[in-house]
Design a protein around this ligand. Structure first.
Ligand SMILES: [Zn+2]
Length: 190
C-alpha cells in the first residue's frame, strides 16, 4: 500500500497511518519494515533507518498519542495527559543531524532520533494557536491535516484520495437522481 503524506506535518502524517479509525481501522504500519518504508518515503526524514521491535512499538505509541492530541485540538478539548507525557518524553530524545548543501537539506539519524524529530514537529503544530487543524470532510476518513490554504477553506485531506472520491460519488448520485426523474417524466407522459 502506498503511504500518503498529505497532512502537512510528519507527526500528523504518522497519525494518518491508521485509516478509517472509527469504522474499520486499517493500520498500514503492520510491521517494523513498514515503518522503515514509511520513513524512507517521507521527504522530511532520513533516507534510511532500521526498526527493531522495541522502537517500532515506541513509534506506534507515539503515533496514537499524537492522534489523540491532534483530535483534542480539532474538537477543542484539553490535551490528554498520558498522551502529552508520551509526546513530551519522546521529544526529549536525541535529534537527527541536518546538513545543508547545494542539494538541499540532508537529515540523518537512527529511528529514535526520527521519532524525537516527529514528536517535536507535532508539538510545534499542536502548540501553534494559528495552526488550523481539521479532520478530512469525507465520511469515514479520519485523517487530520494542517490546513495552510488561504482562508483555511480546505475540506479534504487530499484531492486524490478523498476530494475526487467524494466528487465522483456526488456526480453519480446526481446522475441517478436525474435518471430517476426522467423515468418518472417518461412514465407520466406515456
Ligand atoms: Zn481524507
Amino acid at each position: 500500500m502506498d503511504f500518503a503524506f498529505v497532512s502537512g506535518n510528519p507527526a500528523l502524517d504518522l497519525a494518518g497511518t491508521v485509516l478509517s479509525r472509527r469504522d474499520e481501522p486499517i493500520d498500514v504500519l503492520a510491521a517494523p519494515t513498514d515503518l522503515e518504508r514509511w520513513v524512507t518515503a517521507c521527504d522530511e526524514l532520513p533516507d534510511r533507518v532500521t526498526a527493531d521491535v522495541a522502537t517500532f512499538e515506541s513509534a506506534l505509541s507515539l503515533r496514537e498519542a499524537i492522534y489523540r492530541l491532534a483530535l483534542g485540538r480539532v474538537l477543542d478539548r484539553p490535551f490528554d495527559p498520558s498522551s502529552l507525557e508520551i509526546v513530551n518524553h519522546t521529544a526529549g530524545g536525541p535529534v537527527p543531524t541536518i546538513r545543508l548543501s547545494d542539494a538541499g537539506l540532508r537529515m540523518s539519524g537512527d529511528l529514535r532520533a526520527v521519532l524525537s524529530h516527529i514528536a517535536r514537529s507535532g508539538i510545534a503544530v499542536l502548540a501553534d494557536p494559528d495552526a488550523c487543524l481539521k479532520e478530512c470532510g469525507r465520511v469515514g476518513c479520519t485523517r487530520i491535516f494542517l490546513d495552510r490554504s488561504r482562508g483555511a477553506r480546505r475540506t479534504w485531506c487530499g484531492m486524490d484520495g478523498c476530494g475526487n472520491r467524494v466528487k465522483a460519488a456526488a456526480y453519480r448520485a446526481r446522475r441517478r437522481a436525474s435518471a430517476t426523474t426522467e423515468d418518472r417524466e417518461t412514465a407520466r407522459t406515456t
